[in-house]
Design a protein. Structure first.
Length: 344
């Protein structure tokens, strides 16, 4: 049964401008992908492109055109299909991830089961999600922390010349666990100087302190033994893990980077084989994108799946993050519906 691909661009608006060390903004164009079979069943996925990895909504649409002739005749042919996609558009992880999610959604709907159940996972084992506090003024940071009152863990974006001030502002208003993400914004010297500061403020771990290619520097930061080091931009797929294992304690998996749900599972297995901490993260995404990643959260140690919670106009309903608790849908496939539709 041939599959038909449809794609639409959706503009997500954030509640506040979302700024990290590389900059930011308040609107993000994502791509909603649907795969339809001859029985009119639909599988949904979302592409969440990042300019940092050379993707925009426009490049996603162009990549989808290239992928369309290679859609499998049988949606259950997941492994071979994703291998073909990676050959056709190797640099377009977000586009491939959307098609991967749509195929898995369609398979789940055909079988009448949620994806987590097909994988044999226990939703109760999902870790609690953190809530991200982007770079901002002291007043706005206080406001954001207040708005995140239901979340038990905060992820703080750093990589500025005001990092200590930001941490101080947050610690003035909350004693919640903090995780720090520098988004490759520090030099080696700055990272080393920040380590005792992070420890003083009770930070749990530091994510991507240095530029992605500076694994020697990242390893030096790790050897200080002050905090666990997690890499994000330094680790895109499972093939990168042996290269980063001596530089980091853990990895951050994002579907927009690795390109598919099956690759995310490979990354988890590979990281576990190397004794590494495993985290799942996100871009600014709707609940459609977040839910695809949420289905494998029972396999990870830490989650930062607040992308939809940061938006003001999420058009979908799927996995919920209630007080940081990730609740997976029980509907078939991804279990996502349009916000305007009534639930089961």
């Amino acid at each position: 049964m041939p599959l038909t691909l449809t794609a639409d661009v959706v503009t997500l608006k954030t509640k506040h401008p979302f700024v990290i060390a590389r900059g930011g903004g308040d609107d993000y164009r994502v791509v909603w992908v649907r795969l339809s079979d001859s029985d009119s069943a639909e599988g949904w996925g979302e592409a969440d492109p990042s300019k940092y990895y050379g993707e925009t909504a426009d490049t996603v649409l162009a990549a989808l055109k290239k992928l369309e002739p290679y859609l499998p005749k049988d949606p259950f042919d997941l492994e071979a299909a994703e291998a073909r996609f990676a050959q056709v558009v190797p640099k377009n992880g977000a586009a491939r991830a959307a098609v991967s999610a749509a195929l898995h959604d369609l398979v789940g709907k055909r079988l009448g089961q949620p994806l987590w159940r097909l994988w044999g996972l226990d939703p109760a084992k999902a870790p609690r999600s953190s809530f991200t506090i982007g770079i901002d003024t002291a007043e706005q940071i206080r406001r954001k922390v207040a708005e995140a009152s239901a979340y038990p863990i905060l992820k703080v974006k750093l990589g500025t010349d005001r990092d200590e001030e930001i941490l101080g502002v947050i610690r003035d208003v909350t004693d919640k666990p903090i995780r720090v993400d520098a988004n490759a914004g520090w030099t080696r010297e700055r990272a080393m100087a920040m380590l005792p500061v992070l420890r003083e403020y009770g930070v749990e771990f530091v994510e991507q302190p240095l530029p992605p290619d500076d694994l020697e520097g990242t390893a030096a930061v790790r050897r200080r033994g002050v905090l666990p080091v997690v890499v994000d931009e330094s680790c895109l797929t499972a093939a990168d893990i042996p290269r980063v294992v001596d530089a980091a304690d853990g990895i951050n998996i994002k579907l927009a980077k690795c390109g598919s749900l099956r690759e995310a599972l490979r990354m988890i297995a590979t990281a576990r084989a190397h004794g590494m901490l495993v985290m799942v993260g996100c871009m600014i995404e709707s609940s459609l994108g977040i839910t695809a990643a949420a289905h494998f959260t029972p396999l990870v140690d830490a989650a930062d799946l607040d992308g939809a919670a940061l938006t003001a106009n999420d058009p979908f309903v799927g996995a919920t993050i209630d007080g940081g608790e990730i609740r997976l849908p029980t509907g078939p496939g991804l279990g996502v519906r349009r916000r305007s539709e009534r639930g089961p």
